[in-house]
Design a protein around this ligand. Sequence first.
Ligand code: ZN
Length: 293
Amino acid sequence: MLNSKIILLEPVLKTMIWGTESWGISAHPNGDCKVVSGPYQGYTLSSLWDEHRELFGDVKMQQFPLLTKVIDAKQDLSIQVHPDDAYANTNENGSLGKTECWYIMDCEPETTIVIGHHATTHEELEDMIKTGRWDELIREIPVKKGDFFQINPGCVHAIKGGTTILETQQNSDITYRLYDYDRLQDGQLRPLHIRQSMDVITVPFDAASVNAVSKKSGWLEQLIACDYYRVWKGVLCGEETLSLDAPFVLGSVIDGEVMIDKMSIKKGMHFIIPSGVTDVQLKGNGELIFSTL
Ligand code: ZN
């Protein structure tokens, strides 16, 4: 582990009513990860971003732009939607909007997820919400391990129980809850955000918007390239070299164990390859998700 240039982070674990979240790479105030070892040990990712911007290729953005988390859903998550940058900036104290994407790490047989809705006009959407016709409104599709979905702002979505995903997203924690199955938390219904949801939901839903076209080259597969991030999956069997054209790279081991620049990284661990570290050698057997701007 000595002399490795890889920045290993300690995930922030969160217990939710429906399961757990592990914020693996986050500089968000609601879960700011700490560096585990090396010269920056003890720094939070936000302080590293503020004080050592050279590690991130001197990118000129006020906040660390991305957030990687693993969501392990034992029960269904609330049906929700996120705003875009413009709406969040105006209505949420200058926050960023939230574009996110999901890599399905694991799921039980016959599992589904909620992506999109069936309303054809805003009037129909409002009517279905106000009269609680959730079964008619909500679009549910089957999922399997290895599936990948892009969730743009305005896209109604929810992960169902029995699913583990790795989510790469903008650094934002703004969620509008549309429907929570009338569940109680500590004897209370969790607040809904019906007005904001109706403001931001895209009508009609565009099914093509969630299906990214993946591009394979050798051991790496690019899952998506959008305005906010690019994401790759890597399947490592033996030795490979990673050379991505990016100011810095976020990485997560989602299966197996991998040696990266003298550091052993196991499933569930997350790291940053800082600026200037190119042609990184990887060794071992495992699966990884990489992301960058
Ligand atoms: Zn979401």
